[in-house]
Design a protein. Structure first.
Length: 533
């Protein structure tokens, strides 16, 4: 097996994603664009998406990281719009897009058209999360988009299985399809509920942070595999377990949290970068497979399906947003929490991604010796829909938000809330410290006791200082100056340790121990400042 193409894919994707951070273009869009161009370069191998790799190996960790970063409480508070989008909209889009494709494409059976509808129905978890965070959307809109993207893959995969069974002549009825969806969804949730408590118990009982993080890396694959083994939704099992672990993350030790955060950030960065590059790299392969369909003819079908996907989302989002209040006495009496501009943004933020392509590639080439009707065209239409939504909607979403003057996150209010929370926590910790120091068993020399009090005081003041005035000479806030000075003095110590090692006055192992201590102090200085290292 030649691993060079895989290494090249990861390395180039990571480099492009890193470069995108210096541009106003979101990384997913730049990766897709480069992948499109590279796909036709001579000597570039075919990076075809294998559904047996994407669905069980790439999808679980991507969903796991997205769910870990999501808020269980926020999702529960927005369960109605999340459910209406992740279940209702996906089923609506499956039927609406599928039926339009049936009308537009000659000789395309309705069952095969519904397969296409199910494939392109779910917005992508990675694209929605990445772009929402980059744009700084209001918290509730981000929560709704994240929640939708976590669950809608389960709906789409089940709808695809039902439509595929009908297409190959297995005689699935609507009642049977609904029953299969309900069993798969309920089964996935049950599997997640069964696994989440013992997994969390195991993570709390293990003492070695490295072993805990090894377990952490296995969790999404285990949850997905167990659920799929019993014919339940692996997607929902992964999401349920990850939401629980994220909600209870405070119960594991600090070393595990620090390592786990770093590990999953690397995993997510590598997978997300590679996935979007892979989407662009499918162009040459998909176009070559069109067969009897001409480029012009296929392009017309692609434009029709793309428009159907975009319009169907607005047709669903606007009526559901406002009509639900007319039929619900509870909601009718409430004041709307979403301005009229929010449904526009939610409707336009329906980017498709790798899951749609992976499902499309899993369509069998032949059934009962007969070729699957228009399989190559379905692949092409899926590809163009994914690219169209990523590029067209992804590029126009930022200016749309600016035109609509949608309020972003209130950084001042968030910092104030953080400062108030830190003040309450610091008061409690100071009281606890006084109680501990009053006990003769905890007697400390006064300098050490004062050092503990100084650490608490610094933590209390750090957030308030971010609200303070800027230094007129340097343009820095007090917090920026503190962080810069801390880095300078730590660098001075670090240089001494390296010099002593070079002079053979200490060995490398001792130097690494001393440097790690400085690294933790530097990280603490940055975290007190509210800055991620």
């Amino acid at each position: 097996m030649d691993v060079l193409p895989l290494v090249a894919l990861i390395a180039v994707s990571a480099a492009i994603a890193g470069a995108a951070r210096r541009t106003p273009v979101p990384a997913p869009l730049l990766l897709v664009a480069v992948g499109l161009g590279v796909s036709y370069l001579p000597g570039v191998p075919d990076y075809t998406l294998d559904p047996h790799i994407v669905l069980p190996l790439l999808l679980p960790p991507l969903l796991h990281t997205a769910a870990l970063d999501s808020s269980y409480l926020d999702l529960r508070a927005n369960i109605r719009p999340v459910a209406l989008l992740s279940v209702g909209y996906v089923l609506f889009a499956t039927v609406a897009v599928g039926y339009l494709a049936y009308l537009v494409v000659p000789d395309l059976p309705l069952t095969a058209a519904l397969v296409l509808g199910a494939v392109v129905a779910p917005p992508d978890a990675v694209a929605a999360t990445a772009i929402a965070r980059r744009l700084g959307l209001p918290g509730r809109i981000t929560t709704i988009l994240q929640g939708e993207s976590l669950v809608n893959d389960a709906t789409a995969i089940t709808a695809y299985k039902v439509a595929l069974a009908a297409a190959v002549g297995e005689g699935v009825s609507w009642a049977g399809g609904i029953a299969e969806f309900a069993v798969a969804a309920l089964g996935g949730v049950v599997v997640g509920l069964v696994l989440m408590v013992p997994i969390h118990w195991l993570r709390r009982r293990l003492r070695d942070p490295l072993l805990k993080n090894t377990v952490s890396l296995l969790i999404p694959f285990v949850a997905y595999a167990v659920a799929e083994r019993v014919h339940a939704s692996g997607v929902l099992a992964v999401v349920v377990v990850a939401l629980y672990l994220g909600h209870r993350s405070w119960q594991v030790d600090f070393a595990t949290r620090l390592q786990e955060d770093a590990v999953w950030k690397v995993v997510a960065f590598v997978l997300e970068s590679s996935v979007f590059a892979l989407i662009g790299l499918q162009l040459a392969y998909v176009v070559r497979g069109l067969g009897e369909y001409g480029i012009g003819e296929a392009a017309w079908y692609a434009a029709a399906v793309f428009l159907a996907v975009v319009v169907a989302r607005f047709v669903w989002v606007f009526p559901v947003t406002y009509l639900i209040r007319l039929v619900s006495p509870t909601l009718r009496g409430r004041r709307s929490q979403l301005p009229w501009t929010s449904p526009i943004v939610i409707g336009w933020a329906g980017m498709r991604g790798v899951v749609s392509l992976a499902i499309a590639f899993s369509i069998p080439v032949a059934t009962d010796g007969e070729p699957f009707p228009a399989r190559n065209l379905v692949l092409f239409l899926t590809f163009t829909t994914v690219i169209g939504t990523l590029v067209v909607q992804g590029l126009t979403l930022p200016p749309l938000i600016r035109v609509l003057k949608l309020p972003g996150r209130d950084a001042q209010a968030e910092t104030l809330a953080e400062a108030q929370a830190q003040s309450e926590a610091s008061t409690a910790s100071r009281q606890r410290l006084d109680e501990l120091l009053a006990d003769e068993r905890n007697t400390l020399p006064e300098p050490l006791a004062q050092r503990l009090r100084a650490v608490l005081e610094r933590r209390r003041n750090a957030v308030w200082e971010r609200l303070g005035a800027v230094n007129e000479i340097t343009g820095e806030s007090a917090d920026d100056t503190y962080r810069r000075l801390a880095r300078e003095v730590i660098d001075a110590e670090r240089e001494v340790f390296v010099r002593l090692r070079d002079e053979r006055r200490i060995d490398d192992e001792m130097m690494r121990t001393l440097l790690r201590r400085l690294d933790l102090e530097e990280a603490a200085a940055y975290r007190e400042a509210g800055t991620e290292t």
